[in-house]
Design a protein around this ligand. Structure first.
Ligand SMILES: [Zn+2]
Length: 140
């Protein structure tokens, strides 16, 4: 069974042809986009309760990345090591922090990436704990 690491960050596709979408918030007054979704609905730019839920695009470009060689302290991270994480600029004009898939040699600042839902680790009863990641899009 697949279990999401966090609730409410993305929406699973309804059909095999659809792609997963991240769930964010958009300000109806100034257009500012937030990820993850702001539950209370306040725009930090307008200082008004003007946010609506929005599904974000799954494509973007790598803004920065790093490859982590040691597990972080605190035990909150249970995925494989080394791993890559960094920031992606989505086509929706929002920058978000994300893990990357383990195609380390394809990671470049400015490279095109797309959203995938991928296993982070397998828990005790044997469930796949999944989270969103971005993977480099290979040129055709
Ligand atoms: Zn606003």
């Amino acid at each position: 069974m697949k279990i999401p690491l966090d609730q409410g960050l993305w929406e699973q596709p309804q059909t095999p042809n659809e792609k997963p979408r991240l769930l964010g918030s958009r300000c109806t007054l100034c257009g500012e986009i937030y990820f993850p979704r702001k539950q209370k609905g306040w725009c930090l730019r307008c200082h008004k309760k003007s946010l609506e839920d929005v599904k974000l695009h799954g494509q973007g470009k790598i803004a920065s990345y790093t490859i982590v060689e040691q597990p972080p302290a605190g035990g909150f991270y249970r995925g494989p090591v080394p791993y890559a994480y960094g920031f992606v600029d989505l086509a929706d004009r929002v920058r978000l922090k994300t893990l990357f898939t383990n195609d380390f040699d394809k990671l470049r600042v400015g490279a095109d990436v797309e959203l995938v839902i991928d296993t982070l680790y397998v828990d005790e009863p044997g469930n796949d704990v999944v989270t969103f990641k971005f993977q480099p899009v290979t040129a055709p």
